[in-house]
Design a protein around this ligand. Sequence first.
Ligand SMILES: Cc1cc2nc3c(=O)[nH]c(=O)nc-3n(C[C@H](O)[C@H](O)[C@H](O)COP(=O)(O)OP(=O)(O)OC[C@H]3O[C@@H](n4cnc5c(N)ncnc54)[C@H](O)[C@@H]3O)c2cc1C
Length: 388
Amino acid sequence: MERLYDAVILGAGVAGSAMAHALAGRGWRTLVVERGGTPRHKVCGEFLSPESRSSLNALGLDEIVGRLPACPIEAVRIVAASGRQLRFGLTEPALGVSRPELDGALLRSARERGAELLDETTALSVAPEGGRLRIEARGRRDAGERTLYARAVIGAWGRRAPAGLAGQAGARPRQAGGERVGWKVHLEGVRTEPEVELYFFAGGYVGIAPVGEQTANVAALVDAAFLREAGADPREWLRLAAARSPAFGRRIAGSRAVAGTGKAVAPVRIGRGPRAWEGRVALIGDAAMVVPPLCGDGMAMALRSAELCAPLADEYLRGRSSLEQWGRAYEEALRKPFADPARWGRLLQTALGRPALASLLVGLGGAAPELARRAFRATRLPPPPSPR
Ligand SMILES: Cc1cc2nc3c(=O)[nH]c(=O)nc-3n(C[C@H](O)[C@H](O)[C@H](O)COP(=O)(O)OP(=O)(O)OC[C@H]3O[C@@H](n4cnc5c(N)ncnc54)[C@H](O)[C@@H]3O)c2cc1C
């Protein structure tokens, strides 16, 4: 017998699991469809910014995240290719937290509230059918096709849309200045500091954040030639990054890559957006907008979009608003806080990727720290409006 869900959420990352937690908690029959296994390592700096705190509170996820093994991060250090450095404190601490820990905890709490999970299953397309939405999906284990039905579908699929929607949301413009790729790996035996360190060089940067005692996460955004040269071995990624930034090389000397934690993705395209809808599918997280990774605010934005979308989806499911009303309200709510920080983030990421300019900016920031703080603040998600 076919099963009609109130909400089907496509993707079990930060955005999808937070949304499932919110909707299942409101009593809706909720299904999460996830292409991969859960939880798993993902390409991410694992810097959970202070801007995520208000959304975690609003979504009732603060205690769950508070119990995770995590490291406080109190400052940002920027190191230009010339070796020039700039360090400034965060007004509120961030957290260094491993993605499998975070994603796993969010998904578990959604399931404890009654959300169902269909993992190892890829959503292929979504189409309206007789007042509801039909989702076609394919399981990896049995390679079987599945048809699911829902009253509402939420796209939380990250940077790349399912094939059946790829002509629309998936068709992101090519990146000006060449394609970027991302990678990450955990390091053991490295000195950890309560700060996130960003080492810039021609064509990209690599960041280090503490995620455990003597364990750090290293993540990078680099030009496509980097992975062509380094291949698939995370130890080669580290070696090549160290060659491009000697300061980074000295920083990680004597450490070891943790087996099974290396991940790479290509391409990483930064969107303009935000884009709140794809047809009748509401978009959250990276599906709505890929912010420049340099902002370290992608997870905060994923949580904020779930926070904004969940009450509107709830009103729709209760029959108190139409899809059009949900559509307009969500689009408006998303546009305001997302557009400006992403614009500043793009600008800074591009400028710091040019060695001479990076050295100049770092020097300027050192001489005028308030200017550096203001530039950093411009990339941050603004606080949510206080409830009326
Ligand atoms: C190099 C780099 C460094 C970064 N560093 C940081 C940082 O330090 N701090 C920060 O906050 N953000 C950072 N980000 C951004 C952050 O990783 C993302 O913004 C965040 O993961 C978005 O969460 P999400 O839930 O939208 O997407 P994801 O976490 O990508 O989750 C999407 C999920 O959907 C699943 N999926 C995809 N397609 C389908 C399908 N067709 N059917 C079913 N499931 C599907 C995927 O398997 C995945 O599990 C970084 C990004 C990069 C590239």
